[in-house]
Design a binder for this molecule. Structure first.
Ligand SMILES: Nc1ncnc2c1ncn2[C@@H]1O[C@H](COP(=O)(O)OP(=O)(O)OP(=O)(O)O)[C@@H](O)[C@H]1O
Length: 332
């Protein structure tokens, strides 16, 4: 549905996007993630036909990005989407539907469906009097009035409160089930991690990693094991034989001790150490690396803009209950 080959965009001497190649399949949600100035918006504007590439090939829904017909197949949500303040959501969305020559009946149905799903009440309220989250929802509804096959969203959930963030992300995810192809950008790794089938990580204009979230995680991150014991395994020197720095990873959590280790051999060592100290392992959990850990591995510095609310934690650490092993299961 989207093919980008060797895309380059320069502003004077400055290269905002360098040799970018990726494709997005029909019905896929593709995330472009990276820090400020990475080249995300420039890439999306090229896809939306708003910025001409300096070099490379770009095709969206079978049209070259400089083909005016391409824009009719596309819904673009810019990072900042100023709305006409004096209009209401309904009059504003109808206005855009008219620009796309959408028949009135189809437009009304589409607008109602989008606003219902986005839980946007106050449809007759002046846009200038609406909250940032409500305005964002109206802008998202606007991207759908022409029923495009491809949606290009620039930071759809940035700067919104956690509830609205989740609602917008959930909505983005659902677009896939209606057959839409979505490309969206985010600073926030948890936003892409929870929504995307595949991602491209950009840094300084270049794609530095690309693939499924799990695949990238596998290549660049490390699974760790958290072993819970009822005595501190540090009381013995069994662990010291295996890891010099194991002490640093032992934390007291309530009346238990949590030791974080990188391999199953190390888990066995913790078990031995706990047994030698007169205790036992009471729980083991795996912790997969978050995309944030992965970013650190790829670009060598932490990802800015860490998410601090709205259920982000669950998405970030992916501590899987199914991977929990009990003492008895392991003994079998
Ligand atoms: N019109 C322009 N003229 C000159 N430089 C530009 C222009 N547009 C973008 N740039 C530069 O290109 C680089 C990439 O910008 P871009 O907006 O694509 O990054 P981004 O990843 O979307 O960043 P952010 O997360 O801050 O929105 C930046 O250094 C930016 O200053």
């Amino acid at each position: 549905m989207i093919e980008v080959e060797g895309l380059r965009k320069t502003y004077g001497d400055f290269a905002a996007v360098v040799d970018s190649t990726f494709s997005v399949a029909e019905g896929e949600v593709f995330g472009i993630v990276g820090p400020n100035g990475a080249g995300k918006t420039t890439t999306l504007k090229v896809l939306a036909g708003l910025v001409d590439p300096s070099d490379g090939e770009v095709e969206v829904a079978g049209f070259a990005s400089d083909d005016p017909e391409m824009r009719r197949q596309l819904g673009f949500l810019p990072e900042e989407s100023p709305l006409y303040e004096e209009m209401t959501p309904l009059s504003y969305l109808r206005f855009f539907a008219d620009l796309y020559d959408v028949p009135r009946k189809a437009a009304n149905e589409r607008i109602e469906a989008a606003l219902d799903r986005l839980e946007l009440d106050h449809r007759e309220r002046r846009l200038g009097d609406m909250s940032k989250g409500m305005k964002r929802k109206v802008a998202i509804a606007r991207s759908l009035v022409n029923d495009p096959d491809v949606l290009v969203y620039d930071e759809p959930a940035s700067g919104l409160d956690p509830v609205t963030t989740n609602s917008v992300l959930e909505f983005t995810r659902e677009l896939r089930s209606t057959g839409k192809t979505v490309v969206f950008s985010a600073h926030n790794l948890y936003h892409v991690e929870s929504v995307c089938d595949r991602v491209a990580v950009m840094d300084e204009g270049r794609i530095v990693a690309r693939g499924s979230v799990d695949g990238i995680r596998e290549r660049h991150g490390e699974t760790t094991y958290r072993v819970f014991t009822d005595v501190s395994p540090a009381r013995t020197d069994a662990l010291a034989d295996i890891f010099d720095d194991i002490d640093a990873a032992i934390e007291e959590v309530g009346d238990r001790f949590r030791t974080t280790v990188p391999t199953m051999d190390a888990v066995a060592a913790v078990r031995e150490a706990a047994a030698a100290a007169g205790g036992e392992v009471v729980d083991i959990r795996t912790r997969e690396p978050s995309l944030e850990d992965v970013f650190l591995d790829i670009v060598g510095r932490p990802m800015p803009g860490r998410y601090t609310g709205g259920g982000g934690d669950a998405a970030s650490t992916a501590e899987t209950e199914t991977d929990r092993l009990t003492e008895s299961e392991e003994a079998e």
